[in-house]
Design a protein around this ligand. Structure first.
Ligand code: ATP
Ligand code: MG
Ligand code: MG
Ligand code: MG
Length: 476
């Protein structure tokens, strides 16, 4: 009869029964009330320890951070905000926690501080909420695609293709063995190290995903991707997770529609299953915003923002329209943008955020980007200048999705590859999809941490992945 605290706190079914609960002490009050948490929910169960139940020595060991097993009866609670509590008949301390040394005290800690003790931050309310929501999003993603009949295709982590993301790739090397590959001068040749071949950690599973789509019609990948982002922005990690659906017989319009209903589905799932966690984060955020000057505060609370996304279509504009809006904006005229705004130049986060936060006040899908700032596989439009690309931009973040209709015409694709100096011989496996039974197809990549950022209202991407990998963050 071991129960999780979440089960205890939802419904009255257990009232009157004997249970065992296990968890970590958050707080011990008045020498008789323990707030116990097991991570299943943000709420603690109140354990009431009668004054004659424990000797003084044991009682002293009930400190914040200590772990314990409690046996007791579930009884209605007189305390505020809780229906039930556990009246302990036995308390067994499993692991002591030195109150002087334990970094987490029963008070609010700053996110900066918690990042310093990243190995313990899971035990706080904020990160408890964030990572339960992250879990739910992952589940909802598989549910969405499974219900639509997509095949979950595992694409490789180690890849030999470097057509995408040159300069952003981590190279795979092995530790020197007895006989490592050598350069002419005798030094170890790390360039060709995967059994004599040059390989990288994947920056995207898309090209391999296309092979799957050309057989299963609709597939998705969901796995880790790696980019040597040597910058310290709040939206880039060196290791992040990406969801990449790829669909045969889809055009750009179908692609946008799928992406929009996908995002709504996973948000809806979290609103339905993690409401208490969202409420907690909403409150925390509101408190933090109170410290900001009026014009820096968001117009909507977290839950309001999610409801809004569930009930309103995303704005759809072309890249050309986006640039025109930016050029005509007060922000541009007052020289508030740090980076250049010009047709043919990629938008930066500040521009993307201006469009969603100030201009449209809703998520925006930008389509038809200039071909020169996008990848070789995107389908060339009839104007010969733009490609059938789409980026989805979200408030607080900017780009969360990058996608496109793919170039299915072999001659056009080969022409483009030649212009971009991508060796066609090495990509023969990819071109075979166009040689044999090519079809219009499309797909997109959603950065998992970026949607977790959006849904939790957190502002730094390091705070929504359990173990952040950034240039300054690789302790364990
Ligand atoms: P950005 O403009 O933010 O650098 P990108 O255009 O380089 O992103 P894509 O190649 O389009 O990114 O990758 C698809 C998606 O993967 C992006 O829309 C984003 O959500 C996510 N993503 C890309 N790079 C990172 C990163 N370093 N950390 C976390 N997520 C990322
Ligand atoms: Mg990038
Ligand atoms: Mg981009
Ligand atoms: Mg992109």
């Amino acid at each position: 009869n071991r129960v999780k605290i979440k089960t205890l706190l939802t419904g009255d079914a257990l009232t009157g029964s004997e249970v065992i609960v296990m968890g970590w002490v958050r707080n011990f009050r008045n020498n008789q009330f323990i707030d116990l948490n097991d991570g299943s929910t943000n709420q603690n169960i109140q354990v009431v320890v009668a004054l004659d139940l424990l000797d003084d020595a044991t009682r002293k060991r009930i400190t914040t951070g200590a772990s314990m097993r409690v046996k007791g009866a579930v009884v209605p609670s007189l305390g505020k905000g809780q229906k039930v509590e556990v009246k302990a008949s036995s308390v067994e301390i499993l692991g002591d926690s030195d109150a002087e040394k334990y970094p987490l005290q029963p008070k609010k800690h700053s996110l900066e501080f918690l990042r310093e003790i990243a190995h313990l931050r899971f035990r706080t309310n904020t990160f408890g909420a964030v990572f339960r929501i992250r879990h739910s999003l992952a589940f909802a993603i598989h549910q969405f695609f499974n219900e639509k009949g997509f095949i979950y295709l595992h694409t490789p982590i180690i890849t030999a293709s470097d057509a995408e993301g040159a300069g952003e790739m981590f190279r795979v090397t092995t530790l020197p063995t007895d006989n490592p590959p050598r350069n002419e001068d005798g030094s170890i040749n790390y360039k060709e190290d995967f059994f004599g071949k040059s390989t990288n950690l994947t920056v995207s599973g898309q090209l391999e995903g296309e092979l799957g789509a050309m057989a299963f019609s609709e597939i998705y990948t969901f796995g880790p991707t790696f980019r040597a982002e040597n910058s310290n922005t709040t939206r880039h990690l060196a290791e992040f997770w990406m969801i990449e659906p790829e669909m045969a017989f889809y055009d750009l319009e179908d692609n946008m529609n799928l992406a929009e209903s996908f995002i709504r589905h996973i948000i809806k799932y979290v609103v339905e299953h993690n409401y208490d966690d969202l409420e907690f984060l909403d409150r925390r955020l509101a408190e933090e915003e109170k410290q900001l000057p009026q014009d820096k505060r968001s117009e909507m609370g977290l839950l309001q923002k999610l409801e809004f996304v569930l009930n309103n279509d995303f704005e759809r504009i072309t890249y050309t329209e986006a640039i025109d809006i930016l050029l005509a904006s007060p922000a541009y005229k007052k020289k508030k943008f740090q980076y250049e705004v010009k047709w043919g130049v990629d938008m930066q986060s500040e521009h993307e955020r201006y469009l969603v936060e100030k201009h449209f006040k809703k998520p925006v899908i930008v389509t038809n980007y200039p071909k020169d700032i996008k990848s070789f596989y995107m389908r060339l439009n009839d104007d010969g200048q733009t490609v059938a690309a789409m980026d989805i931009l979200a408030p607080g973040i900017g780009e969360i999705v990058g996608g496109s209709q793919r170039e299915e015409r072999l001659d056009k694709l080969e022409e483009r590859m030649e212009q971009m100096h991508i060796p066609a011989e090495e990509m023969s496996w990819y071109l075979d999809t166009r040689r044999f039974g090519t079809v219009p197809h499309a797909g997109f990549g959603l950065g998992f941490e970026r949607i977790v950022l959006f849904v939790t209202g957190m502002t730094n991407i390091r705070d929504v992945i359990p173990f952040a990998r950034t240039p300054k963050n690789c302790e364990f």
